[in-house]
Write a protein that binds this ligand. Structure first.
Ligand code: FE2
Length: 250
């Protein structure tokens, strides 16, 4: 993390360093809980530590973490890891798997046909990353950070009702198209969609359940959107049920 600390704008960089630490901690829990083979543990942790490496350069160059108006930070992470030579000592299969996991961590869906090791590490980093983003929102809710920071949700209305397309995606167990987002609540609903089909590993579901990720969102969304309690309950029930099935290996 000395690399991250070398960049200016300490507040933004600290944010990413802390995120990276927590993603690595989540990845360690998943590697352990899912009994990953020993040969994948080192590459798995490397992918978790390096997945957002490009964020520092991205912010230095563009002053934003928005890929839409700057660069794909996952590809920049790969480029930085290669430029710095940090993967030079890895065997080719491990280097490829690490790079693939970094490259795919922010895609809406994984490309089909990834080979076994690449697929396993890609899912590992995606689950570990999502689990941390869930806790980031937990903290933002707790500290009432959001009403005064519309830039976090693209300046969209704070109390807009959930978009019907987002709700339909949750009900179908599909990933949400970011183009369908119409208000802040949709970002929270997207996280419910992660719980219904967006996480891969049973250990990830167990962590999400232990952290009450759905319960926190149910209470928060009901208070935020008093006229939409039924929709909130329906989506939360789907998310909670999916997490329980995944946690129990169903
Ligand atoms: Fe990322």
């Amino acid at each position: 993390m000395a690399y991250g600390a070398a960049f200016p704008r300490e507040d933004m960089n600290t944010l990413k360093i802390e995120h990276t630490r927590r993603v690595a901690a989540n990845a360690a829990r998943i590697l352990e809980g899912e009994r990953f083979p020993a040969r994948l543990r080192g590459p798995g942790m490397a992918a978790a530590w390096l997945h957002d490496l490009g964020r520092f350069k991205q912010f230095e160059r563009y002053r934003t973490f928005s890929d839409r108006v700057s660069v794909n930070h996952a590809l920049l992470s790969c480029a930085e890891a290669l430029r710095l030579g940090w993967l030079d000592d890895w065997e080719p299969w491990a280097r490829n798997a690490v790079l693939r996991a970094i490259e795919c961590h922010n895609l809406r869906d994984l490309p089909p046909g990834l080979p076994g090791d690449e697929l396993a590490l890609a899912h590992l980093v995606r689950d570990a990353d999502k689990l941390d983003i869930l806790t980031v929102l937990d903290r933002a809710i707790e500290t009432d950070y959001l009403p005064s920071h519309p830039e976090v949700y693209w300046g969209l209305p704070f109390r807009a009702p959930p978009s019907p397309k987002v709700v339909a995606a949750i009900e179908r167990g599909e990933s949400v198209d970011y183009a369908d987002i119409a208000g802040f609540a949709d970002f929270v609903f997207i996280q419910l969609a992660w719980c219904n089909g967006g996480l891969r590993f049973a250990e990830s579901a167990r962590l999400a359940l232990a952290r009450r990720e759905v319960g926190v969102r149910r209470e928060y969304l009901k208070a935020l959107l008093p006229g939409h309690g039924e929709t909130v309950d329906r989506c939360c029930d789907i998310a909670e049920g999916a997490l329980r099935r995944l946690a129990h290996g169903a």
